[in-house]
Design a binder for this molecule. Structure first.
Ligand SMILES: C[S@@+](CC[C@H](N)C(=O)[O-])C[C@H]1O[C@@H](n2cnc3c(N)ncnc32)[C@H](O)[C@@H]1O
Length: 448
């Protein structure tokens, strides 16, 4: 659908900000905005060095920024990564050959800002100043200025351009698994981004009313705002925690966990540990990463919930047995692209075979910790069946007597059930209500 504007040809049309645009970054003194400069650095690290945005954001250059500049840089870089092919399509007629990556990224950022209604003058000046500031790119200052003035004049309509496609390394296996039409629907969901979902300790309806959100089937609270999370009512008192609606379903596969001994294997930063503890389980939370477990402990302290903390390797841990084990195994995280559009750009599919092998080993280790007759919920936030459905099929073949429980938690859509007996969630499900992350989950019962 075309974005309404006063006159299609007027360059001034681009001065009306699109509500989806990242807020205009603040200038400091005479130089370009630190947020724009940092956003271009971040894009260079993701697109040139294959680093994830989360890794690049932890780097010294961005960490040294004021919090509001850091947040703005992240928003700007994220918006470029989400619509990168569109920016390149707008720029293509004005470029005879591709300039160096840093210049391209400055042009991409400025193009998207202009197209989403940013004030062209300030956006162009900043981009040109950032290009001119480096010895390696100063020779492209004139080109950047000329190209961006033409972009502003053209007042591009991004929404008239095709929805960006996933890169081939990921698109090919997803098309093979789900078909072209469904992958196209996932790509539309990736472009739309993600709302802010919360899991609440109790009184979902009350918190939805207080925060201006809605209660989703299953009980997550979905907010329309994307503001500063820690400033929202209820954060300090620990009444809720941020957790995508899809990520809240694996714990619900266990039903009432009150009084059960549950091992949360691969627990950090703890969204599912908090759910289990809030449900009355005695939780042992285990993860190999001490740093991520520190975040889990902070989350427990804020919410006033309790769990035993174990920093250990899931493959060698010998505790238990437990009534139930939840294994949220490390995976490609391809179900989270709505929130992490850097992932398909920073990665090329490397490491996925190793992750698949690790997941199988982890399933075997997790089953060894389940009491006779107890349950294992296995889940991954991946869209690739080899990290979900296939893992369960292979586990059933390796473990005679293991069965998949036919579980459909209250509020779950029967359409999510698949042939393995697990639930398949995808970003294009609940599309009208704002979508959800991709996830696969299954509840396995060990022999008694
Ligand atoms: C998908 S994340 C878990 C998210 C968490 N369940 C939640 O809901 O917040 C996967 C976790 O597996 C952990 N991990 C990776 N390899 C591990 C291993 N061999 N043993 C234990 N934890 C491991 C990582 O540190 C990471 O925190």
């Amino acid at each position: 659908m075309r974005r309404p504007r006063p006159s299609d040809k007027s360059p001034r049309a681009a001065t009306r900000r699109d509500p989806r645009a990242a807020p205009a970054p603040q200038a400091r003194g005479d130089g370009p905005s630190p947020a724009r400069r940092a956003a271009i650095d971040l894009l260079g690290q993701v697109l040139g060095e294959g680093r994830l945005l989360s890794e690049a954001l932890a780097g010294p250059r961005v960490a040294a920024l004021a919090p509001e500049d850091r947040a703005a840089a992240q928003r700007l870089a994220t918006s470029v990564l989400r619509e990168l092919p569109r920016a390149d399509a707008v720029l293509a007629p004005f470029l005879r050959k591709a300039p160096p990556l840093r210049v391209r990224n400055a042009l991409r950022l400025a193009t998207l800002e202009i197209a989403r209604g940013g004030a062209a003058h300030g956006v162009v000046n900043d981009a040109v100043a950032i290009v001119a500031a480096s010895k390696k790119t100063e020779g492209f200052r004139g080109l950047a200025n000329a190209v961006l003035r033409q972009v502003a004049e053209a007042a591009p309509d991004l929404d008239a351009l095709p929805v960006p496609k996933l890169p081939g390394w990921l698109r090919a296996p997803l098309v093979a698994a789900w078909g072209r039409a469904d992958v196209a629907a996932m790509e539309r969901a990736h472009l739309a981004g993600a709302p802010l979902d919360l899991s609440v300790k109790d009184d979902a309806a009350g918190w939805a009313a207080r925060l201006g959100g809605t209660v989703l089937p299953g009980g997550s609270v979905r907010l329309a705002t994307q503001g500063q999370v820690s400033a929202l009512e209820g954060y300090d008192e620990g009444a809720w925690w941020v957790q995508d609606a899809a990520a809240a379903w694996p714990v619900r596969m266990l039903g009432d966990v009150g009084g059960l001994d549950v091992l949360d294997l691969c627990a950090a930063p703890g969204g599912k540990t908090l759910q289990l503890a809030a449900g009355g389980a005695r939780v042992t939370a285990l993860d190999a990463s001490a740093g991520r477990m520190a975040r889990l402990e902070e989350n427990l302290a804020r919410t006033g919930l309790a769990a035993e903390i174990v920093v250990a390797d899931a493959l060698t841990y010998e505790g238990g047995p437990f009534d139930a084990v939840l294994l949220d195994a490390p995976c490609s995280a391809t179900g989270t692209i709505r929130r992490h559009p850097d992932l398909p750009h920073a990665r090329q599919g490397e490491g996925i075979s190793e992750l698949i092998a690790l997941q199988a080993q982890m399933i075997d280790a997790a089953l060894a910790r389940v009491a006779p007759g107890g349950r294992l919920v296995f889940c991954t936030c991946s869209l690739i069946p080899d990290e979900g459905e296939v893992q369960v099929e292979e586990a059933l073949a390796r473990h005679p007597g293991l069965v998949v429980e036919d579980v459909l938690p209250e509020g779950a859509d029967p359409a999510w059930r698949n042939a393995t007996g697990g639930l398949r969630l995808r970003p294009d499900r609940w599309a009208a209500a704002g979508g959800m992350d991709g996830f696969y989950m299954a509840c396995l019962r060990v022999p008694g």
